[in-house]
Structure formats: structure tokens, C-alpha cells
Design a protein around this ligand. Structure first.
Ligand code: DMJ
Length: 934
């Protein structure tokens, strides 16, 4: 590793070459010889094993890239379950996520520099030729400015950077004449109209052909953008300017950054998630380091590294100080309000923040990086992947996982910083999980639900741009890479830009830059570039000693005490504030505390209680703030509970050749028949019923006997179909949506309801698949005839045995059937088979209704019998032990189901619905109040 002598961060004068010359190997600079001092702790990994893992990464990359090139190219992305390209407009819209797709062979461009890092120079040369030959940047398609910048502009620039490096070496790319750079410049000019705002913040979207605001453009009416969207341009734009000499790009990106800096909340030094691009007002005033903000911070620090401009470091350090003061609650990183930074804005974290430990390594703040990374790793160990969001007590909040690379990125940087082989083992686990759970015959599929192991037909381009780079580099030695990685900086999409750009075409670097600072606050440099002696006081077990106290933080998590520990100690001596989850309406002490906080309890005529807060009635401003937080926690708690009470989806896993369990489809459950969450899975070959709609006695009972019958949705009740296939001897049924093109990727799942009568006679399990997932099975039958599936609540782990397993009998079903109880749940249900899925959504978010409280007070309603919504969960004992929350939630939902035994025609039996409606009103009232206050 290079020491980057003369690095600005350690206090020398203005850099002659690169300000920090590590960066691609980030921590190397600050933590020079950590790897060489390693002597104890986790067992060192032999060179042989590291090479083996590196080769495994190469093989996985070939599987992902090869399938993309064979089955999807020139489309933007591969759909790994249906093994074809995702072409925008030809698939049901997935909303914003599709804005990354510009019909410009996104995955190929995003993969360019990965090919070089992985030593696939020949393939790189071919790929560059294909980009030059096939890619059109002038499509009539509206794309995200942010995504196009980081993935396409970044991809082209990364490709160019390594193309010129290879050319200089004299073997490959000898024909190359800056063609990728010319494309990048063309794209840069296409993005510039987005900056035509008075603020200088870019519009979030642009039409590649028509720009913005012309009628043909179909975009330009947006008023808001996310902070990361406006603040993640400087590396690519500055590189483009410096490579080409066209200064306009760097100027525009700087202007946007200057504006964001001006708009930071001055007392907290934090920024919100969303900003109005015309007025500069914060639209969302919550602030964290994950979704919506993440790479804004990343680019401030990296802009300093790449461009050597002190003002970026100063800004970063100011924000970092605020992050560590308010958002960092080690090992957690929790969003807060920018105006009230002591107030948590959420009780959950998103997966994007997993990049932050890596950035902390670059900053040189290793301890919290180790802590947060360890916490994240434990969440991964629990769920195999990092769910998109998880709660402060580490339960799943959003269950999907689109193969994000952020955790691998942080793992790589922490390994570079500490040399601790523990991080190699972490990387090994990531590789194993990807192969075990995400690998499908045609690539790697995103996880739709980490709990069930079901897949989404999606392989995002960042998986190739980032994941394979970081994993390969983790196990590589210097000599395994054909160039010096330390001469480059990673963009947020892991594209490589050469550090020599810092001294090229510098003319614009000072122009138009607003900075409040003339002098740097040198004390910040202590943080920025810590002395290795301090970080590793000759202690090779340094990282381990930080991880040790966190060893069981996830398993032993208990909600109480995790949130805001810092705040509680901050008021040492004082009684900790009342938490919403502890509140009991019958506890007189609690009522007294409520009063002090300005919260009053109103008994409504219908038997419910309502909580209303008037800050002005609080005993003190601290009590008022506690009250505000209490109300907010109540609201969070309620919406969290709603989510937890939703019945999780089920899984249909294809286990026969050549799938061997690799394809897992998300299925909706039924309110009748065998409950797969309580019983073992059902496994069997599939057969189509005749008639296919299953609405009358089957004419092909011999074909479905002992098998899992496929039935088409429509014409009659779900229960009727189930009875008909059961009578024909089927051991299970899969209803396939007749709505062509429907998919669980785009439509919310629902439960199949009974027919309003007694359905105890239905003993077999029934699952619902949308048409796209259903056609994966139908296609498989066409191709392989014999297709065996497993119906379960969670996909079975794949192992080599699955490939050789005999077809099991369905004996488990017959044993279980007698014990089967129909448990109508309090979920939204699809009562009528012909109803459209959208009308009855299992996952739909509550709609807001008009504010109930004209006093601008926050109000919260709950059923009186359940005035402590978490009462059933509150099992934290005094000595800090917790019982298993998941089990309790399960128990709770079972109790609720039992007390709600009837599901009847045309009526959603959901007392919870009315409660929810009240809560929604209250949320809005609460938000209004907050707005007024601010
Ligand atoms: C990538 O496209 C980039 O890393 C971006 O900054 C946010 N995260 C995605 C992958 O998760």
C-alpha cells in the first residue's frame, strides 16, 4: 500500500499530484501498515484460499455478465428469472426504479471497468467496441439525471480511464482514440439542460432526446429532488471537464453543491432528504446517511480527494461532525429531524447506509465504522442479506434486497484499514449467500423477500459495477490486478477515476465556489487522518476488541435501551422519558408524565381513546420535546404494527432439473386450506387442471392425482377451485392470475379469501401466483414436461442434496390435515376471485385523510383495550433480557386472528381498519403541526 506522501489530509501543503493517493484502496492512506502487523485474532486466510475465493468471484461474474450478454444485451438489464432483457416500455412500469433505464445498454456500460479490475482485458476490449458500435444516447426516453450520471457517465469515464491506462501499457486498446470520452461528453451535454434552474440544482429527470420542458420531453414539471440526486455529480462532471477541458460540467456540479451547502440547516448543520429545486426549501426535513442523502456526503469527501479543494473537506467535516453528534448512535445510524436533531425521525434503518462505514474508513474514523459494520453483518447473518430496511431491534421492515453492494464495499475498506482476516470471512459469507440464495440458472436474481427467499425478476446493473469489484479486490493481492488501484478513486457506483485529474485543467476549481471559510479548522484534521499509532496501538486485535461487545447485538436486541441511549445518558440523573411502547393508559404514573409533556388523553364516545399534544401546555420545553417524540413514536409504532400484522408472502420453489430450487416465486396465501406457516411444506409435480379455470368437476383427475394442480384465476370462487382439485386428488393448488403481465414485482400481493361459508373441508394448501410468475412454471412445463415444486412459507435452502433428492411423498399433508384450522386473518383479503388485485392489497400503504384536529395538535387514536399497542411485546425484563420478538409478534397475530373468526362476503372484517383510518388522520395532523412549528 502506498503511503501517499504529501497527502493533504495529513497536513502537508497543497498537493503536487493527488491529494490522497490511496482511495481506491481507501484506508491504505490513513492506516498504512495495518495488514503487515496482523498477528492474532481471526485466523489468517491463506493465499491459496484467497485465490480460491477470488476465482469464485470471477466465475460468478462470468455467470452474471455472460447471461446478460447472451440473453439480454443490448437491453439495459437482464431479467434473470425469465432470462430475457428488460426493455423499458415492454414490461409493466416499476415506477422510479425504471428511470435508470435509458435504452443505452446500461449493464454493459456499468460493467466496463469491472472487466479490467477482474483482469478480463480481452473482454473489456470487446465490450468497448460493442458500446461504440451499438449504444445510442439519443433515445426519446425520460431518465433519472442522478442514475444516468453515476452509472452511464461514470461507466463511460471509468472505461475511458482504464482504456487509456491499458493503451499506455502498450498491449491492449492500441486502437483506442478517446471514443468513450467523446460519448461521455455527448452525454454530459445532454444532461446540462437539467441544471436550468435559478438555484442551480438539477431537475431530477431529463429526456435524453428532447431535454426538459418542451412538450415532447414529457418532463420538467417536477419541483423536488433528493439531496443525493443534486449532490452526487461532482466527481463525474469534474472528471469530464478535466479530461476534456470543457469547464462547464465542473462549474454546474460545483454550483449545485454550493447551493446545498448554503441551504444546510444552520443550527444542526444537517441536510434534509428532499429539496425544492426552485425555492431551496427543504421538502423532507428528516436527515440520515442512507437513502436520499448518502452519496452527497460521499462526494464532498471524495471531491476533496480528487480535486484537492479544501472547501469540500471543510464542508464534509462540518457535516460529519453533525452526523456523529446526532445521527450516529453506535452501532446504529438513525435519521433525525434537521431542525430538532435530538428527535429521531424513524425507528428503522435502510440498507443504503451500509456504505457509511466505508466512508468512515476514508475519513479515518475507524471505530464507529467497525461498530456499524458489525451490526449490519449480524443482520445479514440473520436474514442472509441486508433487507432494504430493518428496525432498531433488527426486525425486517422492508423485506426485499436488490443485491446491493454497499455492505461488500464497506467490508473491503475495513479489511484494507485493519488487515483483520475477519473481514475476509465476512466476504466469504457474502459469496456463499449469493450463490446459495440469489443464483438462478440465468444470472443472479434480486431477493423479493429475504424471509421467504423468493426472487424478483431483476438483476440491477450496480451488481456488476460494484459487487464483483469489491469482492474481487477484497481477496486480491497487489499482483493480481494489472494496474495500481491506489492511483484511482471509486465513484459511488465504483467507477474508477484517476487521481492525476487533481492537477489537470484546474482552472475552474476556484471559480464560482462559495465557501464560508478562508482558513481551515486544523483540528478537524486530527479526525481526518488519524495516526496509525492511535488507531492501532500496536494491537493487532484492535478491530476485534471493538466488535466483541457487539457480538450479540442483534440476537440479544431488545427495543428498550437501544434507541437514544445517548440521549438518556445526556440527561443523567433525570428519569428517562416515557417511551410509546411502554405506555399504559391504566398506569397513573404514565398519565402524569403525559400531562407534563402536554399530552392529553380523550375518551371518545365509541370507546376509543385519543391522544392530543399541545406543546404549549407542557411543563417545560424539554417535556414538550419528549411529548412530541412520544407522539411520533406512537405513530411509528402503529404503522410498524400494521406492517408486522400483514401475512407474509409464501414461496413456490421449483426444485426439479435444471432449477434445483434456484427459482423461488413470490406467492399469495389463501385463507383456507393447509396453512403453510404452521405445517411442513408440500412438494409435488405440477399438472394443469381441466378445465383450466377449475370451476367444475375436473375432467382429468388422473393427471392431477397426487400432484399440485395449476388453475387459472377467474370465473368462480377460489374456494370452489380448491374443492374441485381436491376432489380430483390433487395435493395442492396454484392459482395463476389471468391478468396478463401482472407480477408481484409491480402489484401488491393479496390473500385468497374463502367463499363466506365454512371452508374447513378444504385441506390442501393453495397459493396464488401472478401471471408473470405463473408463466415461469408454465414455460418450464413446456420445456421440461416434469416440473416439481415446493410450496412453503420460506424457500428451502438449496444444497447439492436437492439435486439428487427423490420426489418425496406428500405424507406430511395427510398427517397435518386433521389438525388444520382455518384461521381467517385480519388482513385485507381478496374475497372474490374476479376482483382485481389492486383493490385488495396486502401491502398497500395507508392513504392519508384530512387532518382531524383543527388545533394543529397531534392526535393518536387507539382502541382502549389496546391502548398500549406494544403491550404484548413488552417482555423486557429488568436485567435486560428479551424474549424473541418475532415469536411474540406471531403469537400476537395468532391471538388477533382467533378473536376474529368470521370472514364474510363483501365485508372486510378489519376492526383494525377503522383504527388505521384514525391513525392516518393523526399522522397528517402531526405533520401539519410540525410544519407550523418549523
Ligand atoms: C448504486 O447505484 C450506487 O452505489 C448509489 O450511490 C446508491 N446505491 C446503488 C446500489 O445500491
Amino acid at each position: 500500500m502506498s503511503e501517499a506522501g504529501g497527502g493533504r489530509g495529513c497536513g502537508s501543503s497543497v498537493p503536487q499530484r493527488a491529494p490522497w493517493s490511496l482511495v481506491a484502496a481507501t484506508a491504505a492512506f490513513c492506516l498504512v501498515s495495518a495488514t503487515s502487523v496482523w498477528t492474532a485474532g481471526a485466523a489468517p486466510m491463506s493465499r491459496e484460499e484467497r485465490q480460491k475465493l477470488g476465482n469464485q468471484v470471477l466465475e460468478m461474474f462470468d455467470h452474471a455478465y455472460g447471461n446478460y450478454m447472451e440473453h439480454a444485451y443490448p437491453a439495459d438489464e437482464l431479467m434473470p428469472l425469465t432470462c430475457r432483457g428488460r426493455v423499458r416500455g415492454q414490461e409493466p412500469s416499476r415506477g422510479d426504479v425504471d428511470d435508470a433505464l435509458g435504452k443505452f445498454s446500461l449493464t454493459l456500460i456499468d460493467s466496463l471497468d469491472t472487466l479490467v479490475v477482474l483482469n478480463k482485458t480481452k473482454e473489456f476490449e470487446d465490450a468497448v467496441r460493442k458500446v461504440l458500435r451499438d449504444v445510442n444516447l439519443d433515445n426519446d426516453v425520460v431518465v433519472s439525471v442522478f442514475e444516468t450520471n453515476i452509472r452511464v457517465l461514470g461507466g463511460l469515464l471509468g472505461g475511458h480511464s482504464l482504456a487509456i491506462m491499458l493503451k499506455e501499457k502498450g498491449e491492449y486498446m492500441q486502437w483506442y482514440n478517446d471514443e468513450l470520452l467523446q460519448m461521455a461528453k455527448q452525454l454530459g451535454y445532454k444532461l446540462l439542460p437539467a441544471f436550468n434552474t435559478t438555484s442551480g440544482l438539477p431537475y431530477p429527470r431529463i429526456n435524453l432526446k428532447f431535454g426538459i420542458r418542451k412538450p415532447e420531453a414529457r418532463t420538467g414539471t417536477e419541483t423536488d429532488t433528493c439531496t443525493a440526486c443534486a449532490g452526487t455529480l461532482i466527481l463525474e462532471f469534474a472528471a469530464l471537464s478535466r479530461f476534456t477541458g470543457a469547464t462547464i460540467f465542473e462549474e454546474y456540479a460545483r454550483k449545485a453543491l454550493d447551493f446545498l451547502w448554503e441551504k444546510r440547516q444552520r443550527s444542526s448543520n444537517l441536510v434534509g432528504v428532499t429539496i425544492n429545486i426552485h425555492t431551496g426549501d427543504w421538502v423532507r426535513k428528516d436527515s440520515g446517511v442512507g437513502a436520499g442523502i448518502d452519496s452527497y456526503y460521499e462526494y464532498l469527501l471524495k471531491a476533496y480527494v480528487l480535486l484537492g479543494d479544501d472547501s469540500f473537506l471543510e464542508r464534509f467535516n462540518t457535516h460529519y461532525d453533525a452526523i456523529m453528534r446526532y445521527i450516529s448512535q453506535p452501532p446504529l445510524l438513525l435519521d433525525v429531524h434537521i431542525h430538532k436533531p435530538m428527535l429521531n425521525a424513524r425507528t428503522w434503518m435502510d440498507a443504503l447506509l451500509a456504505f457509511f462505514p466505508g466512508l468512515q474508513v476514508l475519513k479515518g474514523d475507524i471505530r464507529p465504522a467497525i461498530e456499524t459494520h458489525e451490526m449490519l453483518y449480524q443482520v445479514i447473518k440473520k436474514h442472509n442479506f441486508l433487507p432494504e430496511a430493518f428496525t432498531t431491534d433488527f426486525r425486517v421492515h422492508w423485506a426485499q434486497h436488490p443485491l446491493r453492494p454497499e455492505f461488500a464495499e464497506s467490508t473491503y475498506f475495513l479489511y484494507k484499514a485493519t488487515g483483520d482476516p475477519y473481514y475476509l470471512e465476512v466476504g466469504k459469507t457474502l459469496i456463499e449467500n449469493l450463490n446459495k440464495y440469489a443464483r438462478v440458472p440465468c444470472g443472479f436474481a434480486a431477493m423479493k423477500d429475504v424471509r421467504t427467499g423468493s426472487h424478483e425478476d431483476r438483476m440491477d446493473s450496480f451488481f456488476l459495477a460494484e459487487m464483483f469489484k469489491y469482492l474481487y479486490l477484497l481477496f486480491a493481492d497487489k499482483e493480481d490486478i494489472i494496474f495500481d488501484i491506489e492511483d484511482y478513486i471509486f465513484t459511488t457506483e465504483a467507477h474508477l477515476l484517476p487521481l492525476w485529474l487533481s492537477t489537470t485543467n484546474q482552472s475552474i476549481s476556484k471559480k464560482n465556489t462559495t465557501s464560508d471559510y478562508t482558513e481551515l479548522d486544523d483540528s478537524n484534521f486530527d479526525w481526518t487522518c488519524p495516526n496509525t499509532q492511535i488507531l492501532f496501538p500496536n494491537d493487532p486485535l484492535y478491530a476485534q476488541s471493538i466488535r466483541e461487545p457487539l457480538k450479540n447485538v442483534v440476537d440479544k436486541s431488545c427495543p428498550r435501551g437501544i434507541i437514544r441511549v445517548r440521549e438518556e445518558s445526556f440527561r443523567s440523573g433525570a428519569k428517562p422519558p416515557l417511551r410509546a411502547r411502554d405506555f399504559m393508559a391504566t398506569n397513573s404514573e404514565h398519565l402524569e408524565i403525559l400531562k407534563k409533556m402536554g399530552v392529553s388523553l380523550i375518551h371518545l364516545k365509541d370507546g376509543r381513546v385519543q391522544l392530543v399534544q399541545h406543546a404549549i401546555q407542557a411543563a417545560s420545553s424539554i417535556d414538550a420535546e419528549d411529548g412530541l417524540r412520544f407522539m411520533q413514536e406512537m405513530i411509528e409504532l402503529s404503522s410498524q404494527q400494521q406492517k408486522e400484522q400483514q401475512l407474509p408472502p409464501r414461496a413456490v420453489q421449483i426444485v426439479s432439473h435444471p432449477f434445483f430450487g434456484r427459482v423461488v416465486l413470490t406467492a399469495g396465501p389463501a385463507q383456507f386450506g393447509l396453512d403453510l406457516s404452521k405445517h411442513k411444506e408440500t412438494r409435488g409435480f405440477v399438472a394443469s387442471s381441466k378445465p383450466y379455470n377449475g370451476c367444475s368437476e375436473l375432467t382429468n383427475p388422473e393427471a392431477v392425482m397426487g400432484k399440485i394442480a395449476l388453475i387459472q384465476r377467474g370465473q368462480c370462487m377460489f374456494a370452489e377451485k380448491a374443492r374441485n382439485i381436491q376432489n380430483a386428488g390433487a395435493i395442492g393448488g396454484i392459482v395463476i392470475d389471468d391478468n396478463e403481465g401482472s407480477s408481484s414485482d409491480t402489484a401488491p400481493l393479496f390473500q385468497m379469501a374463502g367463499d363466506g361459508k365454512d371452508t374447513d373441508d378444504i385441506k390442501i394448501p393453495m397459493l396464488f401466483l401472478f401471471s408473470k410468475e405463473g408463466s415461469i412454471i408454465l414455460d418450464a412445463i413446456r420445456e421440461y414436461e416434469e416440473v416439481e415444486v415446493l410450496l412453503s412459507d420460506k424457500a428451502k435452502d438449496r444444497d447439492p442434496d436437492m439435486e439428487s433428492e427423490e420426489q418425496p411423498s406428500s405424507e406430511n399433508d395427510s398427517q397435518d390435515q386433521s389438525a388444520e384450522q382455518i384461521t381467517p386473518s385480519s388482513q385485507e383479503v381478496d374475497l372474490v376471485d374476479q376482483e382485481s388485485p389492486e383493490e385488495s392489497s396486502l401491502n398497500s400503504e395507508p392513504e392519508s385523510s384530512s387532518p382531524a384536529d383543527t388545533d394543529n395538535a397531534a392526535s393518536v387514536s387507539a382502541s382502549e383495550q389496546n391502548s398500549n399497542p406494544m403491550e404484548n411485546h413488552e417482555t423486557t425484563s429488568l436485567d435486560g433480557e428479551c424474549t424473541d420478538l418475532d415469536n411474540q409478534l406471531q403469537e400476537q397475530s395468532e391471538t388477533e386472528e382467533d378473536s376474529n373468526p368470521n370472514v364474510s362476503w363483501g365485508k372486510k372484517v378489519q376492526p383494525i381498519d377503522s383504527i388505521l383510518a384514525d391513525w392516518n388522520e393523526d399522522i397528517e395532523a402531526f405533520e401539519m403541526m410540525e410544519k407550523d412549528e418549523l
